[in-house]
Design a protein around this ligand. Structure first.
Ligand SMILES: [Mg+2]
Length: 448
């Protein structure tokens, strides 16, 4: 996996050492020797990971970290603090500043490699989502919601083999108002996570460890759990298992004896990241929905119904109906556009109500709708058309207590099957619609 790593250290010898290690693993390296230089490089070159020295004159690593995490353009870039400090207060400070992890100097090669791979894997997934969400935004869609900072509503699953350890971990997480489910069986833990709704899985390695690693690997293989962050709890002597865990998909780890503040900070960071990714995904879903929906009526739009019709015509007999509101222009001219819009919405709602769920009805033009019905015979679809015509005519549109507006539809119907181009079928329906208008409106005609 090739990637660009920004390394930041005020001592040139440290930079060179780290650079040599990373180049040996075929990473691209961007060196920076001060905080301001690092901020500039991060913004202009958008690295995939930042390895950040803590102790630097002027702007220290905590401040650089805070600034990168506060900037929407760089907040998604994982940051690993590299520090000679080992005391718990400093570690928690690094995590509180938004760091994804920290490594102690001198940096252990195997640990560095495993952490980078784990962080890059997550970043690749996030980049894919960011790309798709930003494409959707360019199509003219809404801006994303502000990130949530609190942990309220977050859910974590905690798995350990003993009741005591599960309860101890749960108690720590609950201080951040995280809702915790406690499990002591690996199978049950996997099943619960697959059920969905979790923002974090905390898995404690037993002395053997194999079961937890199998679970971690299973979570990554399953689409329902692939994006749930996994935080391992381990003994200092279980380093090999932890590194293996990272390669199998774990995102972070904390060592026994647990430092409650450190575990909380790590859990919060993982949950924040998960929520960021969820937000991108929801934004994309909404954008896709909007891309195929007519904003006024909530029906499918022209682009969608055309694709749908083309797809159906490859294999099926299809009936299409063009439905046009009679004398719509005079509604607009007499009562104004807001009444015209209300009429469109009401007609749309009635059409949807009277069609089957599998039928697609779209707003096709100004006051024109197109309905596509799969596997409908001509006789059948004419009955449906008649029902729709009646459904509009029977109740005048009530706009308020004083204004009720009679509305009618003219409908052109055509039926075709594989081999007929979608354009031809819609043209036939259009000519039938024209006939319906010629013959006095408020009627349905079948194409000849
Ligand atoms: Mg330094």
């Amino acid at each position: 996996m090739t990637a660009r790593i920004l390394i930041v250290d005020d001592i040139a010898a440290n930079l060179r050492l780290l650079e040599a290690k990373l180049l040996a693993d075929y990473y691209e390296v961007i060196p920076a020797s001060s905080g301001p230089e690092a901020l500039h490089a991060a913004l202009t070159q958008l690295p995939d990971v930042v390895l950040l020295d803590v102790m630097m004159p002027g702007m220290d690593g905590f401040e650089v970290c805070r600034r990168l995490k506060a900037d929407g353009r760089t907040q998604h870039i994982p940051i690993v603090m590299v520090t000679a400090l080992t005391d718990s207060v400093e570690r928690v400070r690094a995590l509180e500043a938004g760091a994804d992890d920290f490594l102690s100097k001198p940096v252990d090669d195997a640990t560095l490699a495993a952490r980078l791979r784990a962080l890059l894997r997550v970043k690749q997934v996030q980049d894919a989502w960011r790309q798709r969400a930003s494409t959707a935004r360019e199509l003219g869609l809404e801006t994303p919601a502000e990130p949530e900072t609190g942990m309220a509503g977050a859910r974590a699953l905690v798995f350990a083999e003993t009741e005591e350890e599960v309860a101890a971990i749960a108690e720590i997480l609950e201080q951040d108002a995280i809702e915790v489910q406690q499990v002591t069986q690996a199978q049950a833990a996997g099943d619960a996570l697959a059920g969905g709704g979790f923002d974090l899985g905390v898995l404690a390695l037993a002395s053997e460890g194999g079961e937890v690693l199998r679970l971690a690997s299973r979570l990554r293989a399953n689409a329902a759990t692939r994006d749930v962050p996994v935080l391992l709890i381990a003994d200092a002597t279980q380093k090999a298992l932890v590194l293996r865990g990272f390669d199998l998909g774990a995102n972070d780890h904390a060592l026994r004896p647990l430092d409650p503040n450190e575990l909380r900070a790590r859990a919060r960071n993982q949950i924040r990241r998960k929520r960021y990714q969820d937000r991108l995904r929801n934004e994309l879903d909404r954008s896709l929905e909007m891309a195929v929906t007519d904003a006024l009526t909530g029906l499918r739009n022209r682009r969608y119904v055309r694709r749908h019709l083309e797809a159906l015509l490859r294999t099926d007999e299809v009936a299409v109906m063009l439905l046009d509101i009679d004398r719509f222009k005079s509604i607009n001219d007499t009562h104004g556009h807001s009444v015209g819009d209300a009429a469109l919405k009401e007609v749309a709602a009635r059409l949807r109500h009277h069609l089957r769920a599998a039928d697609v009805v779209a707003r096709y033009g100004g006051e024109e709708f197109l309905a596509v019905l799969a596997n409908a015979s001509a006789a059948n679809v004419m009955m449906v058309a008649e029902r729709l015509r009646e459904a509009i005519e029977i109740d005048p549109l009530r706009l308020d207590d004083n204004l009720s507006l009679p509305i009618t539809l003219s409908i052109g119907v055509a039926v075709g099957g594989p081999g007929i181009p979608a354009d031809d079928l819609v043209d036939q329906a259009d000519r039938a619609l024209y006939r319906a208008k010629q013959e006095g409106r408020n009627r349905a005609c079948l194409a000849e």
